[in-house]
Design a binder for this molecule. Structure first.
Ligand code: ATP
Ligand code: FE
Length: 325
């Protein structure tokens, strides 16, 4: 079995995955959403302290598995430096205490493998990652062959939902709150501009849209919030749809996947389904519970890495906030 740990942002999670069967035997996550909610976003120092409390609590529950562990895996990059180190330190301690190898997992690869929990992986894939820190399109041929073909030049899709909710004083995370509000809103009432629509670049940008929402809110009352939420969600989604449409002109997808916390958004899912129809492409999605950060996806990547003996020596394992695959 492999024990896996995730602490890259505001979720403390541990999983146990069986090597032979790829079965997920245990998964527990303690989210810090409530604690960060009053600040309208994640406060790194607070997050680190909460991981230091939560991770040992979950670890106690997996003690019965200790004797059967063959490796310990942990998210090492990208993420918040002060929170990554909480998981990495715990993983190193387990590795020493049980004399088992360490596996350093890239969090973004984790999001890709959230599609394949308790399943065989299928490639090649065109993947849209929409999360709190990333909005990017990747061509994935295998675990080792991942090419980023488009990414955000500034903020991410998920983060823009968080900021819009913060501007409306609605709490954190903003994604589910804004999605819920948008359901009763008029998507056409606020005529926000689709970012980069005149640009030939296949890239994303959310800072201008966020600013447009801020300006709209200056002269809006609470009665207008649902229309602003709906118009914002519409344009944020159309931006992705427009750029994918452009990309698909040269690279028609056979199998397309949406991963990351914001892949739970039903409006985005529906619009992408429509976009894929003429291409006859298959759409893969993670189960809702594995869209946002979790340790099951880290364990799933670790299975692949264990098979290939991709271990990291203790002294070489460091964390990195840098975003790369
Ligand atoms: P990264 O994976 O890039 O390092 P992260 O781990 O912080 O960032 P995730 O946990 O994958 O991000 O996703 C969290 C983000 O997803 C938050 O910004 C949240 O608002 C957004 N999100 C969650 N649900 C929805 C939704 N229904 N609609 C839009 N955004 C959503
Ligand atoms: Fe994430």
């Amino acid at each position: 079995m492999i024990l896996s740990i995730e602490s890259s942002c505001d979720d403390s999670a541990i999983a146990i995955t069986e090597i032979e069967t790829k079965k997920l035997l245990f998964h527990k996550k303690i989210s810090q959403e409530l604690e960060h909610s009053i600040y309208g976003g994640v406060v790194p120092e607070l997050a680190a302290r909460l991981h230091a409390e939560a991770l040992p609590k979950i670890l106690e529950q997996v003690e019965p598995y200790f004797e059967q562990l063959k490796a310990v895996a942990v998210t090492s990059t990208p993420g918040l430096a002060v929170t990554l180190v909480e998981g990495v330190t715990m993983a190193k301690a387990i590795s020493i205490a049980l004399n088992i190898p360490l596996i350093a997992v890239n969090h973004l690869v984790g999001h890709i493998y959230s599609l394949f929990i308790e399943k065989e992986a299928e490639f090649p894939l065109t993947v849209l990652l929409v999360s709190g820190g990333h909005t990017q399109v990747m061509q994935v041929k295998s675990l080792h062959n991942i090419e980023t073909v488009a990414k955000s030049m500034d903020d991410s899709f998920g983060e823009s939902f968080d900021k819009v909710a913060k501007m409306m004083n609605l709490g954190y995370p903003g994604g589910p709150i804004i999605e819920q509000m948008a359901k009763d809103g008029d998507r056409t009432r606020y005529n926000f501009t689709i970012p980069l629509s005149q640009s030939p670049l296949i890239a994303f940008s959310y800072s201008g849209l966020k600013n447009a929402v801020r300006v709209a809110l200056e002269s809006a009352g609470e009665d207008d919030y649902k229309d602003i939420a709906a118009s914002f969600e519409h344009i944020a989604t159309m931006h992705i749809v427009q750029k994918l449409k452009k990309y698909f002109k040269t690279t028609s997808p056979k199998t397309f996947a949406i991963v990351g916390g914001a892949s739970a958004n039903l409006y985005l899912r529906d619009e992408i389904k429509k976009l894929l129809k003429p291409h006859n492409a298959k759409l893969l999605l993670s189960e809702f519970k594995y869209c946002s950060d979790n340790a099951a996806m880290i364990g799933r990547v670790a299975l692949e890495m264990y098979e290939k003996k991709m271990f990291t020596p203790l002294e070489k394992l460091s964390t990195s906030a840098k975003s790369s695959i």
